[in-house]
Design a binder for this molecule. Structure first.
Ligand code: ZN
Length: 79
């Protein structure tokens, strides 16, 4: 059960890549249905994923990481 948004957001990349156990994927999907701000962040992260297109986050250049942080910041303000 995912109750805490911070905990969920730590896992959101793994969620989008479906790199979590099925139980966790389901728990996160359920949370996203009831939590608007987290759903907004999921959309922001999917945009980021398109930007890095197939490249794991670890190999993203520093500049891209900064951009990712600012997108996350925007999503939080909107939520
Ligand atoms: Zn949430």
């Amino acid at each position: 059960m995912v109750d805490h948004c911070d905990e969920l957001l730590d896992k959101i990349f793994a969620y989008i890549d479906q790199e979590l156990p099925e139980e966790e994927l389901r728990a996160i999907a359920e949370h996203l249905e009831i939590c608007g701000p987290c759903e907004a962040e999921r959309r922001a992260f999917e945009r980021i994923k398109e930007m890095v297109s197939g490249c794991p986050l670890e190999c993203a250049p520093d500049r891209l990481r900064e951009r990712i942080r600012s997108i996350i910041g925007e999503a939080k303000e909107v939520g």
